[in-house]
Design a binder for this molecule. Sequence first.
Ligand SMILES: NC(=O)c1ccc[n+]([C@@H]2O[C@H](COP(=O)([O-])OP(=O)(O)OC[C@H]3O[C@@H](n4cnc5c(N)ncnc54)[C@H](OP(=O)(O)O)[C@@H]3O)[C@@H](O)[C@H]2O)c1
Length: 227
Amino acid sequence: MQTIVISGANRGIGLALTRQFLQAGHHVIAGCRQPAEAADLLASLGSLELAQLDVGDAKSVSLFCQQLGTRAVDVLINNAGVMGGEQQGIGDMDYADWLHTFEINTLAPFRLATALLPNLKLAARPRIATISSQMGAFGLELGTGLYAYRSSKAAVSKVMQVLAQELAADNIIVCPLHPGWVRTDMGGQSAHISTEASASGLFKLIDNLTMDQSGRFWTWEGREHVW
Ligand SMILES: NC(=O)c1ccc[n+]([C@@H]2O[C@H](COP(=O)([O-])OP(=O)(O)OC[C@H]3O[C@@H](n4cnc5c(N)ncnc54)[C@H](OP(=O)(O)O)[C@@H]3O)[C@@H](O)[C@H]2O)c1
């Protein structure tokens, strides 16, 4: 049984990932802002441990790490994310919201990953999987607008690429992942795939990740993504 930490585990892709890893017999430490209100999460079957985790709050991250203590963590999935507000365009940019989007989508995955390094180093095949997005890829031109979201995801992919190089000496695998366009509160109901389909693909990919895949960008289908 491996220990899997998932942020933003209470709904959307994070909830589906939690269920996938529980079904596979792993112990999941499900981080969410309001654990007591995570009804769907509480109904999940398996070795589930709920923990309060606001990834944008350094104190919450610190208390979360204290709850983990000196246990080995096999996989960290940085899933929590925000789209940013409605005002992300030319002439109506909400700069405070842009900064908040960066805090949650870019800075927080780095903070959580580095805070959990002692736990990850205790695992046999430690992996840091960060849910980025094709919306942050330089090699694709996918529409316009959403400057805050796109730039935060482009930045987190770069952060993970650098982290992969730095942690290679510790044999820690680090990858940004694109989960597909998924029907969630964020993705909307017109999105291409269900949370189950996304999580099933991500589960297979994360379960089998090897060192030679580290520092590269992957899709939920296991295909390499352009940067
Ligand atoms: N859906 C898509 O098509 C798609 C495509 C590409 C990438 N992604 C990425 O996939 C990840 C999951 O997205 P989703 O579609 O499942 O979105 P979602 O349904 O909106 O869920 C977002 C999750 O992130 C959590 N979260 C937000 N801010 C947080 C914070 N400060 N601390 C802890 N948790 C926080 C939310 O918790 P609360 O319930 O407390 O708000 C929720 O659990 C995100 O990183 C997103 O950018 C999604």
